[in-house]
Ligand binder design. Structure first.
Ligand code: PLP
Length: 474
């Protein structure tokens, strides 16, 4: 299996060749040159598999340059009950992504039982083990440079801690993460993890990362890598739980289900799109946004109009505060019949801060099952309260956005799975506002705010972060 760029001007590469990088050299995103197909018989054989076996069945069709036995070992090491240990009482952690029934035809697909209590652990843990394997094979090392407002950074650090050949340099806005998020990251003692608190906001951190990555010479010399949401390894890992969720709530492949996905960068729901393209019987893919509703606008009007960071609202579902959906180009590539010239034309405008309008294609968008909706603070709080009252289940603010839109969009008689993208414990203040009580926290994480913290403070200074990396690496 080769991977091609959505912009069509980069050479096709193998999985291991694209694993450590981000964008293709032509500015596009990588996708498999074709989607493997699962037949009815394949689906029947996969129905009873445990998570790791299912992951192997799917990933081995997309990764053919790692020997099967090695890939299996990497997957088995990743998807273990003791890694995804924070299942709710009564759930089986060995399911890795257990489902929770709220009522007839309405479920949560619980994706946030990993070490940092957000769904990003599902993919990032695999990435950590894949990175270590590929680097050892090629005798290489990498220095991952990233910016985070909380969830991505902690998931990356917990996945990469102690991994041979990998160092992590994670920039976060000083004193702007939640106390829990800061404690999670800054209490790590691993030698290969470097936390840099930047005097500024998230966008300043992002701009510093971009400036370093744009210095091609520095990037090559210091082997700067990325684990941001466009990384194909993350997308591919996320395809698996759509299958797992489907099998959990159906008994025959003739049934269809829908998924509602709290969305920001379009990575999670893009994996759903790919699962559907591979033959999973999905009815609707519900794209749920918060007040940052660029994607909702697109799916309602055909106009894609990223807003820029100055026009991004800070909300109570902060991990979805994104106004430029970096994985969206992957879906548009499929939508326009994989015409890379057309993608280049559309993004010529987006890359200049502009927009595009493809409302003429909206009938085709519907064929892919996409529908959308948005939520706001009041509705999010109300959904958390309603869910607690009606089902005695606490959900976090992001999942609440997914559930709110799912309830508006669901079709009769089609099971709806709402993807749970974080546990309530991760967003304490919002939960206290909604329910008047501090959410329960897994016992292993009680008191982490009191642990010693290790981080360096830095101003917005590109030369300084480069020097910092040079000092740590040598
Ligand atoms: C990252 C994140 C999202 C958004 O996921 P995308 O793949 O960027 O669409 C939603 N909820 C939570 C809790 C997240 O951490």
């Amino acid at each position: 299996m080769k991977y091609i760029s959505t912009r069509g001007l980069s050479p096709a590469l193998s999985f291991s060749e694209i694993l450590l990088g981000g964008l293709a050299p032509d500015g596009g995103l990588y996708l498999p040159e074709h989607y493997p197909q699962f037949s009815d018989a394949d689906l029947s054989a996969m129905r009873a598999m445990n998570y790791a076996d299912l992951a192997f069945a799917i990933l081995s069709r997309l990764i053919d340059d790692i020997p099967a036995a090695d890939l299996k070992a990497i997957i088995d090491k990743t998807y273990r009950a003791d890694v995804y240990a924070y299942a709710r009482p009564g759930q089986n952690a060995a399911d890795i992504t257990p489902t929770l029934k709220l009522e007839e035809q309405l479920y949560l697909l619980c994706l946030s039982n990993g070490p940092t209590l957000a769904f990003k652990d599902m993919a990032m843990q695999l990435l950590g083990n894949l990175f270590e394997y590929v680097l050892a094979k090629t005798g290489k090392t990498t220095n991952i440079l990233g910016a985070t407002s909380g969830d991505t950074g902690s998931a990356a650090e917990y996945a990469m801690r102690g991994k041979k050949g990998v160092s992590v340099f994670m920039l976060s806005p000083h004193k702007k993460m939640s106390r829990f998020q800061a404690a999670q990251m800054f209490s790590l003692k691993d030698e290969n993890i470097h936390n840099i608190a930047v005097n500024g906001v998230f966008d300043d951190c992002q701009d510093m990362v971009k400036a370093v990555s744009n210095d091609a010479q520095f990037k090559a010399q210091y082997k700067i890598g990325a684990v941001n949401s466009i990384n194909w390894g993350r997308i591919v890992a996320q395809v698996v739980y759509y299958f797992k969720g489907y099998f959990a709530v159906t008994t025959s492949n003739a049934e269809k289900v829908s998924f509602s996905v709290p969305s920001g960068n379009f990575g999670n729901v893009c994996a759903g799109h790919i699962a559907r393209m591979m033959g999973l019987p999905i009815d609707q893919l519900v794209v749920a946004t918060n007040e940052n509703d660029v994607l909702d606008e697109f799916f309602k009007t055909g106009v894609y109009r990223p807003r820029g960071s100055a026009n991004t609202y800070q909300t109570s579902s902060p991990s979805m505060d994104i106004s430029k959906a970096s994985n969206f180009e992957r879906f548009i590539f499929d939508l326009v019949g994989r015409d890379s010239a057309k993608v280049r034309e559309l993004w010529a405008s987006v890359d200049q801060g502009g927009a595009f309008d493809i409302h003429a294609l909206m009938a085709k968008v519907a064929e892919y099952g996409f529908v959308s909706g948005s939520s706001n603070h009041q509705q999010r709080m109300q959904t958390i309260r309603d869910t607690h009252k009606k089902y005695a289940v606490s959900i976090d603010t992001h999942t609440a956005d997914g559930l709110k839109v799912a309830l508006e969009r669901r079709a009769p008689k089609v099971p709806m799975l709402v993807l749970e993208t974080a546990l309530p414990a991760k967003f304490e203040d919002a939960m206290v506002e909604a329910l008047g009580a501090v959410p329960e926290r897994p016992s292993a994480l009680i008191g982490i705010e009191a642990l010693p913290q290790r981080f360096d403070v830095m101003d917005f200074d590109v030369a300084a972060i480069k020097q910092y990396i040079v000092n740590k690496v040598s």
